[in-house]
Write a protein that binds this ligand. Structure first.
Ligand code: SF4
Ligand code: SF4
Length: 159
């Protein structure tokens, strides 16, 4: 903020700032594209990507820390065999990763799956047993093309 104030303005216009913005625009005219045509092209996810959660019930000690730290109230504790275990609601989850970070026994892990479609809202409320299955395995092709499909309307095939 202080740096911005020091800049000289010409007729009230921050000429340097304006030129910098122009330069950024020109640079990205020639630089590699940042935006991909998803789902035709899919990028590689880094090792710390925060996708859907997998729950490991055998590790869980029922401390409830995950439910307490969740900023969007997406974790509900269920009673399973006289123990408390978390279930996840994907209607609410914002994929912040706080629950996995705070878990003292690594009973929650984040996968690289982020693009699961559900038929209804109730399917997005997962009890511990469902959360322990993790997200469905997604076969991700680097490049796909769209095809018309009589039943589904559109489907994607690897190229
Ligand atoms: S990833 Fe964040 S929002 Fe989602 S369940 Fe965990 S703490 Fe809650
Ligand atoms: S998943 Fe981890 S943080 Fe959540 S109740 Fe179990 S042990 Fe505690």
């Amino acid at each position: 903020m202080a740096k911005e104030k020091k800049r000289r303005k010409l007729f009230g216009v921050d000429v340097i700032g304006h030129l910098e913005a122009e330069g950024t625009g020109v640079k990205y005219l020639f630089a590699p594209r940042m935006t991909l045509r998803y789902p035709e092209v899919c990028q590689d996810f880094g090792p710390n990507y925060r996708g859907m959660l997998k729950f490991y019930p055998d590790r869980c000690i029922g401390c409830t820390l995950c439910a307490r730290i969740c900023p969007s109230n997406a974790i509900k504790m269920y009673k399973v065999d006289a123990k408390k275990q978390p279930g996840i609601t994907y209607q609410r989850c914002i994929f912040c990763g706080f629950c996995a970070d705070i878990c003292p026994v690594n009973a929650l892990d984040m996968s690289d799956v982020h693009d699961v479609a559900y038929y209804g809202l109730s399917e997005q409320v997962q009890k511990p047993e469902e959360s322990s299955k993790g997200p469905p395995a997604v076969e991700r092709a680097k490049k796909v093309k769209s095809q018309l499909d009589e039943k589904r309307g559109i489907r994607y095939e690897p190229v």
